[in-house]
Design a protein. Structure first.
Lengths: 620, 471
């Protein structure tokens, strides 16, 4: 067998399967196989890639189930590593871990997946209207924009000069093209199409890294206010089962402010994917009013789909994300969960009988994970016109037993720029998102604080600081209460506890399933937080005047703030004004001796405040 | 496929594994038949195929097996399970062998034992209700068709009994065809007898199939039993269009079998010695639950497991919880007080409940009702802890009411003893308890909902009457 085109048809011995052990296959003779080269295994053409060579023997990991594979079946080289097909038509698609549209697989094999599908990522039948922006005779460099295709009403899909393809343009024409039809050619004869290929395990070249200049606005109060992530940043979301990782990831996929969302469902539940798939075509992007699916690419490998494809799915997703970043777009990659990726890595490593590191994970776990995180960032994209693109990475981590000291969580914490730690105690109290404000952090607070101050409210950084301080003080006070009981508290401490409780229940907790509450613009987040902080200040002044805390009526204040939170857009200003008035007024009741009911236990309903019909209650 | 090949003698044996030398032809996953010298016939499966070594996992007892004298036939057929509607009403071993003295099922069809992954784009969202007859499940942690909702039990807690009660009591509203498959994993001879006595001849048996894997059966059979059951369930659900519920107990025994086989294969042990691929293995069972778009029928699972030492972070409950859609957690304290089922409501959760409850499906205002019960009960439980330190007298009024409520809730709602309750009955008991509280304590229920269930009704209604029955 000679050359790199493989296949071994010219008389040389054809490569055959010599061993099958789970997802690992050995084949021989394949002396010239390259590492990570893709091969097709067996009569049914199972997809796999070479992960080790030893003389004539190539060790292949299979992206599909190996049941039924027989010794002696043929193995064919493809000459390329696992590549992603990139081009218009990606948006709105649902791909398996190696890039095959699940819809096409379903057309081939019905509701249950049979191995061996050869479906391709991009539809060859569909045509796209290409508008050139360069013309014949011009010299173009890799990364330059050749023209664009309107992929969706919102996204002008930039068609770039391939990374290996600079030179003089011999011709380029607008018109309707399928992705593999020539749209033009270079002087040296190379043809240009809309289709690009990229090996998924190799980062797409990015130019200079740019400093973060704005947040990835999530519409989730606890993240935007307390632990903001910058565009191009990375966040790790560790949490035991039932803490709501998937809801966090899916909520960001719905409401996160990005041009393109790539969602990688890696080793998670099939029913959750079904939920996403049934909702996304119907849900609207809150900013553009277009169906959410139009800005989304889903890469799906549920927990019962082949393990090796689970490992590949993360790379596929991030390559697609980089491709759109290169157009100068703001892209977010949401991966749920990176732990399943790591487990797939461990399973392969163990089958290869590599020396294990911690908890059986291979010693290169942290290195590989770090390389994935490093593919996030805000960069100046090479090529003209000058443009910046951002890839924000948010990955869920599923620590066994909720124990954050395990290797995958620890390796993630080392490389992520932010951590949203989910806590099972909060989840048990049905406080969602169950973000633990004590252990979570963000390294982007400073850069994003400036943006929030400029775009939302000048005092954003102070509001954030005061809110955090309130939560800190609450924790200290609670410790005291636990030791000596609530009677020992001074009135201003009681006020602090009440304000902190309002902050937790009305700001930090957010109902992802309530149509109004699910998305909270930063302006509203700021408003709600300010109302509570203002109330605390105003009420503190009242206490200072000698009024007892038990006389303060916090019920109406809570209710007013809650009504602001649940306000439809056209009523927001009016309700905000009334809440502000109420806060300034500090409502209070008769002097002590009445019910004696401590107001920090006041029911949530504003039962004794000004009568307000609860007609549009969102409810939990 | 490949014709059968016969090997005389094997190179080595270890635990349930046989190692064949110099196999020219072998198929991954193919079925093997093993004849021992004394004429015993065993079944096995190729788990590794190689020119140098092929490994056969024997699915039955290998005690006394002499490697040099066995005859191994590689059949060329993949492992399949016989499936068919006529298997309802029958009892099988974990290996699919009849235990009811009736002939082997003709098996109208066969399906691959390990199934094929359901294509996520062809899944439908689970959205219909299954009534288990257990208040705390139907009311507060509703089971939905296509869901996988496990029961987390503890040593000595009645997880198995709860499983049996669900097998007996489960119903589907309306007249959709319904089947229940019960898989007992590693249960004792005494328990086996109890199940047989209980179900045989009872009228639920006609819609039920039992797969009984006993503690004395070979370890490896424990890995097959759920697969036989699920293959049958897939057939009934997606070929025959039935609503199918698979109840299996005890998954902890299953996982221990997995660990044992993994050790025999000299795989790298993970946490507490369980293999690193246990997540994937459990997912290959639990993810077989679901609903297929455009087809009638559904496959729902309720696996029961034991948390060793009541530790919810143990790998078995932990990995299960990562795969399933919620969990029903049993509490030792409730069990000690003689309540059945002793379900601890606070850590229990059905993630798919919202889609399966409400006016058309269970009862009107189901969600608000459940949230309100949870909220007051949770407050009552907190108050119970505080009261243990400061005494009940030190509690604010509302906390004291919540504490009383928590007691009543556990005794009247969670506890139901032998009784089977419809979801309407369960919910009505809950409303009765809520009506005992002042309206102001019920912040999760808005006035409109309350007008339907609270006001206008006799405030000294159901809840209060029951209170007088108490000692």
């Amino acid at each position: 067998m000679s050359g790199a085109d493989g296949g071994g048809r010219d008389g040389a011995a054809e490569a055959r399967v010599t061993r099958v052990a789970g997802a690992l296959v050995e084949a021989a003779p394949l002396p010239a196989a390259a590492l990570y080269e893709q091969v097709l295994v067996g009569e049914s053409g199972l997809a796999g890639e070479v992960i080790r060579t030893r003389g004539e023997i190539a060790v292949v990991q299979l992206f599909e189930d190996s049941d039924g594979l027989e010794l002696g079946e043929p193995v064919e080289r493809t000459g390329s590593t696992l590549t992603a097909e990139l081009g218009p038509g990606l948006l709105g698609s649902v791909l398996d871990g190696v890039g095959r549209p699940l819809e096409l697989i379903a057309d081939e094999t019905g509701p249950f997946i049979e191995p061996g599908s050869s479906a391709r990522t991009l539809d060859r039948e569909r045509t796209w209207a290409f508008t050139p922006e360069r013309s014949a005779g011009e010299e173009v460099a890799p990364g330059d924009v050749l023209g664009h295709v309107r992929e969706t009403p919102e996204i002008a899909h930039q068609v770039l000069v391939p990374r290996d393809g600079g030179g003089i343009l011999a011709g380029i024409d607008g018109g309707e093209y399928a992705v593999d039809e020539p749209i033009g050619r270079m002087e040296d004869g190379r043809e240009l199409t809309l289709l690009r290929r990229w090996p998924v395990r190799r980062p797409r070249p990015a130019g200079e890294r740019l400093p973060a200049d704005r947040p990835f606005v999530t519409g989730q109060r606890v993240f935007d206010l307390l632990f903001p992530v910058a565009e191009g940043g990375s966040v790790s979301v560790p949490g035991g089962f039932g803490t709501g990782k998937t809801v966090v990831e899916q909520t960001l996929a719905r409401y996160g402010d990005a041009d393109v969302i790539v969602y990688v469902g890696c080793g998670e539940r099939g029913n959750e994917m079904a939920e996403l798939l049934s909702e996304f075509p119907e849900l609207e992007d809150p900013r553009t009013g277009r169906p959410l699916m139009e800005r989304t690419v889903l890469v799906v490998n549920t927990s019962n789909m082949p393990v090796v494809a689970r490992e590949a799915s993360v790379y596929l997703g991030i390559t697609i994300a980089e491709y759109y970043r290169d157009m100068g777009l703001r892209v977010a990659l949401l991966a749920d969960s990176i732990s399943r990726w790591a487990e797939a890595l461990r399973e392969i490593s163990s089958r290869l009988q590599e020396m294990p590191g911690e908890e059986g994970y291979p010693t290169y776990l942290a290195d590989r994970l770090g390389k994935i995180y490093e593919r996030s960032g805000r960069v100046r994209v090479p090529g003209s016109p000058e443009r910046a693109g951002a890839l924000t990475l948010i990955t869920a981590v599923s620590p066994p037993g909720g124990d954050f000291s395990e290797p995958v969580t620890q390796a993630s914490l080392r490389v992520a720029g932010g951590v949203w730690a989910l806590d099972s105690e909060l989840a048990n109290q049905r406080h969602y998102p169950a973000v633990d404000w004590e252990t979570s952090y963000s390294l982007y607070e400073e850069q994003t604080g400036e943006w929030f101050a400029g775009e939302v409210a000048p005092d954003w950084p102070e509001v954030r600081r005061d809110a955090l301080e309130l939560l800190d003080r609450e924790r200290d006070l609670r410790e005291i209460v636990n030791l000596v009981g609530p009677e020992s508290l001074e009135d201003d401490d009681r006020l602090l506890l009440e304000a902190a409780r309002m902050l937790r229940e009305l700001v930090l907790a957010q109902n992802a399933f309530d149509p109004v509450d699910a998305y909270s613009p930063p302006e509203k987040t700021h408003l709600l937080t300010s109302l509570i902080l203002d109330y605390r200040r105003a009420a503190a002044d009242v206490l200072e005047e000698g009024v007892e805390f038990v006389r303060l009526k916090t019920g109406p204040v809570r209710e007013a703030v809650r009504r602001v939170r649940q306000a439809p857009e056209d009523e927001l200003d009016e309700r905000a004004r009334r809440a502000q008035e109420l806060v300034a007024e500090v409502p209070r009741g008769e002097p002590a001796g009445g019910t004696g009911k401590p107001t920090d236990e006041a029911p949530e309903r504003g039962d004794d405040g000004e009568p307000e019909p609860p007609e549009e209650e969102g409810g939990p | 496929m490949t014709i059968p090949r016969v090997h005389h003698g094997v190179a080595a044996a270890r635990g349930p594994l046989l190692f064949l030398d110099g196999t020219r032809r072998a198929v991954m996953g193919e079925w093997a038949e093993i004849e021992t010298e004394e004429g015993r016939s065993l079944r096995g499966q190729v788990i590794e195929a190689g020119r140098e070594v092929t490994v056969v996992q024997v699915l039955e007892e290998t005690l006394g097996l002499a490697p040099g004298d066995v005859e191994v036939t590689l059949t060329g057929r993949l492992a399949t399970a016989a499936v068919g509607r006529e298997m309802l009403g029958r009892v099988f071993s974990g290996n699919g062998v009849p235990l009811d003295d009736l002939p082997e099922p003709a098996g109208a069809e066969s399906r691959p034992l390990s199934g094929r992954p359901m294509n996520p784009v062809r899944r439908d969202r689970p959205s219909d209700f299954i009534e288990t007859g257990i208040s705390v499940i139907d009311g507060m942690n509703t089971l939905v068709r296509g869901q996988k909702l496990p029961v987390f039990s503890g040593p000595g807690l009645p997880g198995l009994e709860l499983a049996a009660r669900v097998v007996e009591g489960a119903r589907i509203p309306g007249d959709r065809p319904f089947a229940v498959i019960f898989v007992a994993l590693g249960i004792t001879e005494r328990e086996t007898r109890r199940f047989l006595d209980r179900f045989r001849g009872s009228d639920v048996m006609t819609r039920t199939t039992l797969f009984l894997n006993r503690a004395a059966d070979p370890t490896i059979e424990r890995l097959l039993a759920p697969r036989h059951a699920l293959s049958l369930a897939e057939h009934l659900a997606f070929d025959e269009g039935m609503e199918v519920l698979v109840v299996s107990a005890d998954i902890t025994h299953y996982c221990e079998a997995l660990r044992e086989i993994s050790a025999a294969r000299e795989e790298m042990p993970g946490r507490r010695g369980f293999p690193g691929h246990m997540y994937t293995d459990l997912a290959s069972l639990f993810e077989r639950a679901g609903v297929v778009e455009g087809r009638d029928g559904s496959l729902t699972q309720m696996p029961v497991l034991t948390m060793p030492n009541d530790d919810i972070t143990h790998p078995v409950p932990d990995l299960t919880g990562y795969i399933t859609e919620g969990q029903i957690v049993l509490g030792r304290e409730l069990h000690r007080r003689g309540l059945f089922p002793p379900v601890d409501v606070l850590p229990s959760l059905s993630r798919l409940m919202n889609a399966g409850v409400g006016e058309e499906k269970t009862v009107a205002d189901h969600r608000a009702w459940a949230d309100q019960l949870y909220a007051v009960y949770s407050r009552g439980r907190d108050a119970r802890e505080t009261a243990a330190i400061v005494g009940e007298g030190g509690l604010p009024d509302e906390d004291r009411r919540a504490l009383e409520f928590a007691d009543r809730f556990e005794e009247a709602f969670v506890h139901q003893g032998e009784e089977r309750r419809t979801v309407e009955e369960s919910v009505e008991i809950g409303w009765g308890l809520l009506r005992d509280l002042p309206r102001d304590d019920l912040g999760r229920i808005d006035d409109e909902v309350w007008s339907r269930h609270g006001e206008g009704r006799d405030r000294s209604g159901a809840g209060r009457t029951e209170r007088e029955d108490e000692p």
